[in-house]
Design a protein around this ligand. Sequence first.
Ligand SMILES: C[S@@+](CC[C@H](N)C(=O)[O-])C[C@H]1O[C@@H](n2cnc3c(N)ncnc32)[C@H](O)[C@@H]1O
Length: 226
Amino acid sequence: MGHEPRFADPYRAVTPLKAEEPDWHRSYNDPESQLSRRLDVVKRRLDEALGALRMATPRILSLCAGDGRDVIPVLAARPPAEKGLALLVEKDPVLAQRATQEAVAAGLKTIHVRCGDAADPALYRDWLPVNILLLCGIFGNVSEEDITTTISAISALIASEGMVIWTRGRSQPDLRPRIRSWFTAAGLQEVSFDGDPEPFGVGVASVTKPDPATRLLPQRLFTFLD
Ligand SMILES: C[S@@+](CC[C@H](N)C(=O)[O-])C[C@H]1O[C@@H](n2cnc3c(N)ncnc32)[C@H](O)[C@@H]1O
């Protein structure tokens, strides 16, 4: 697959590498890295999801958002009336601060950043339900049980017709097929899945029938494994 970024990426150009930047994050400085290629797919799928929703002010929630380099450039590129409202939740203060700076630099007053524990729904209960939920960079870092817990909670996080964008690498065990089936089992409909030959997976699924019986959120969605 050719590498053709569709969105301006001010992060690569103007944000200096900081000494305190987490190690994993440095892969973003190489536009050909697996992480950068995955980012391009996430941005494309997010832009498509926003287009498909056709809402003036879609509400977006990104859990474990990093520095927001997926949501911020996509919203910045959208027409003024369709930028949407976004909440980014990230526990690393360096990344959360960079997200805030980049949102301000992009002139996006509708992006909010909360530095805290995204596994605790109490931190963003006031923002629910959302039209688009991003779970990017989570499913490769938590247990299978936490993945199923999180997927089961999605219908309590997303409004009817809303969409979730998720990622998971091919890393062994390759859980991508099972995760896709867990989404289906939870009543979501797969919209797209980008996987092989890439070593990552980017899935998009929609909530067609929110289930009021599942509207109770667990106290914790996941815990990152070290
Ligand atoms: C693999 S990175 C993905 C970041 C971003 N979504 C991306 O795709 O670039 C995982 C992120 O989750 C954050 N994180 C880990 N545990 C968290 C938690 N409990 N609450 C919020 N963020 C968390 C890490 O600091 C890191 O930025």
